[in-house]
Design a protein around this ligand. Sequence first.
Ligand SMILES: CC(C)(COP(=O)(O)OP(=O)(O)OC[C@H]1O[C@@H](n2cnc3c(N)ncnc32)[C@H](O)[C@@H]1OP(=O)(O)O)[C@@H](O)C(=O)NCCC(=O)NCCS
Length: 157
Amino acid sequence: MSSWIIEPLTHADVDDVLALEEAAFTNPWTKAMYLAELENRGVSYCYLARDTQRHAVGFCSFWRVLDELHINNLAVLPEHRRTGIGSLLLTFVLNKGVELGATRATLEVRRSNGAARLLYGRFGFAVAGVRTDYYSKPVEDALVLWCENLHVPEGRP
Ligand SMILES: CC(C)(COP(=O)(O)OP(=O)(O)OC[C@H]1O[C@@H](n2cnc3c(N)ncnc32)[C@H](O)[C@@H]1OP(=O)(O)O)[C@@H](O)C(=O)NCCC(=O)NCCS
């Protein structure tokens, strides 16, 4: 059985998270963006999932603003998908949000991103709005999802 550990992002991990960004997104966040996020303490959080050989296999970043959790990015290396890492990261981040005082969570997702929409749906996120042509490369609408009454469903890892 696979097992992973989840650790907070440090300066030493920035190249790992950039590799994950490159593997998952057509418009990846840059090194300068992650270095700025690391300075935004108390608001910006990022967690990496590593396998037992310490290879970075996924990450999730979010902001906690008052009682809201804003999930910015969630990605898993293509060859490690459908093994539960995305769920593990999301569970961890939602728990962390509750611990930090968040009561609701939000994120944006491409309309065509069926995998992510199914995953978020399983965690109680529902579509609350649309941002037309929000994304580039390719241009596409963003669906705005909210999870009200934040809690982590039973039975998740
Ligand atoms: C979305 C993403 C993070 C999911 O990560 P993952 O580790 O594969 O997710 P999990 O293995 O925990 O999957 C949990 C559930 O989500 C749904 N799901 C995930 N990927 C799916 C896919 N390709 N097709 C259908 N359902 C999918 C399923 O319900 C799955 O449960 P199951 O495997 O028991 O059927 C991953 O596909 C990814 O990195 N995508 C590219 C980046 C991205 O789109 N991020 C989201 C931006 S908002």
